[in-house]
Design a protein around this ligand. Structure first.
Ligand SMILES: Cc1cc2nc3c(=O)[nH]c(=O)nc-3n(C[C@H](O)[C@H](O)[C@H](O)COP(=O)(O)O)c2cc1C
Length: 234
């Protein structure tokens, strides 16, 4: 975003390459490089003219990283100026926040990053709330157990056991962060070194929880952690 002509050159090249294959090109950006240079609007306009078919704007600058709060005025300005769908992104962590962000930006959709970590059901919760104005019941503990064990199997399959067990710790931590005994469980889990040990511990923890409650406690919106495991801060 600091070099708008170059960005546009890249965007145009991608659109040109994808067009013959019938592949739509979408663009994701921040509001700008820094507070003094918020050029999302001009870049989004140029991208639309170049043939981009959807734009997502994260309401922070590159300089901000994950600090502060996302602002949605710039997203609203982009939405108002474009004919293609515009997606609002940044700090959406609850059904109410999704509703409010859609309202203030006029955006066609919201995109969710960190709030989905450990809470993959946030999408259906938001969808249900937007459709009905009612909160969906929290997931059954049995469903969480099934989902997390399946997620872990996929994770080990992708990364292999050594790396997978270590990088799965943060995911397990996200699933259990708000659950009773979650902190102690996380500490215990961080001492386990094998996939089998991790799977057994997760299953036992969630079996124990299922004896206490049928469903997860109703989720409280919470400020997502800054994303520290990315090489860059997209
Ligand atoms: C694990 C993770 C991976 C991400 N990878 C990308 C990426 O590849 N490209 C991108 O544009 N943004 C990426 N992001 C940034 C998010 O799309 C999003 O813009 C940012 O996290 C702010 O939204 P949030 O408050 O809902 O998390 C990633 C975020 C997370 C947490």
């Amino acid at each position: 975003m600091q070099d708008e002509p170059l960005a546009l050159e890249i965007i145009s090249a991608v659109v040109e390459a994808a067009l013959p294959h019938g592949v739509p090109v979408t663009l994701k950006m921040r509001t700008g490089w820094c507070d003094a240079e918020k050029n999302a609007l001009s870049l989004a306009r140029a991208a639309e003219s170049a043939g981009v078919q959807m734009v997502t704007v994260h309401g922070r600058t590159r300089e901000q990283g994950y600090k502060g709060w996302a602002e949605y005025e710039t997203v609203a300005a982009v939405k108002a100026a474009l004919r293609i769908p515009v997606v609002a992104n940044g700090d959406v962590d609850s059904p109410e926040k999704a509703r409010d962000v859609l309202k203030v930006t006029g955006a066609d959709a919201v995109m969710i990053g960190r709030a989905a970590q450990g809470s993959p059901w946030i999408f259906r919760e938001i969808g249900h709330f937007l459709a009905t104005g009612e909160h969906l019941a929290a997931p059954l503990v049995a469903e969480v157990r099934r989902a997390l064990l399946e997620h872990l199997q996929d994770h080990y399959g992708l990364y292999g056991e050594y790396t997978g067990v270590r990088s799965a710790r943060k995911h397990i931590g996200w699933y259990v962060r708000t659950l009773p005994g979650g902190d102690a469980f996380r500490e215990h889990m961080n001492t386990l070194e094998t996939a089998a040990g991790q799977l057994a511990a997760v299953a036992a923890y969630l079996d124990g929880l299922a004896e206490q409650m049928e469903r997860l406690p109703q989720r409280q919106a919470q400020r997502p952690e800054a994303c520290t495991d990315l090489e860059t801060t997209p």
